[in-house]
Design a protein around this ligand. Structure first.
Ligand code: ZN
Length: 166
């Protein structure tokens, strides 16, 4: 699918706003669990997302943006998080970081696919730039994941792309 500039910009604004909202929630959650280090990571990510959103909005200028449907930009929850009781699960730093990483990867892949299929040169340029920014966010989260202890039982069967094969 090839995006027009307004459709692409609308997605970018929505994606960054969504990321900022989710990061703020994660930061508060981590703070409630007195994990100040990881809370600070999420506060930084909140700020980066807000800054990026504002940059995109500046690029939008007077261009009129289409309305999007929520499923076009909403972060996906990990399959384990089904309801209220799932939230405890999320509060562990490692899981929260992984959840954020999954969504950053999704954002990166989204921008990459837009860049690949773009017929509009400006869409292609911006999508490539945004994909690179998302790749930096993934790398930053990887760094934190490497420093964060894994919960022992629940994730042990998960393939972990971050640690070298034992
Ligand atoms: Zn990002």
């Amino acid at each position: 699918m090839s995006y027009t500039l307004p459709v692409f910009l609308a997605h970018a604004v929505a994606l960054e706003q969504e990321a900022a909202d989710r990061y703020l929630e994660l930061a508060d959650m981590m703070e409630a669990h007195r994990n100040d280090a990881v809370s600070k990571v999420f506060r930084d990510m909140t700020r980066f997302s807000q800054m990026h959103r504002d940059e995109v909005k500046a690029r939008v200028g007077n261009i009129e943006l289409p309305q999007l449907r929520v499923w076009e930009y909403r972060w996906s929850l990990p399959p384990e998080v089904g309801g209220e009781e799932g939230f405890d699960y999320m509060m562990e730093a490692y899981n929260a970081l992984r959840y954020a990483r999954e969504n950053e990867v999704r954002g990166m892949e989204y921008y990459r696919s837009v860049a690949k299929e773009a017929t509009d040169a400006e869409v292609q340029r911006l999508a490539t730039e945004f994909a690179n920014e998302e790749a930096e966010h993934v790398a930053a989260l990887d760094k934190w994941l490497a420093l964060t202890p894994r919960p022992s039982s629940t994730w042990q069967d998960d393939p972990d792309p971050l640690s070298p094969a034992a």
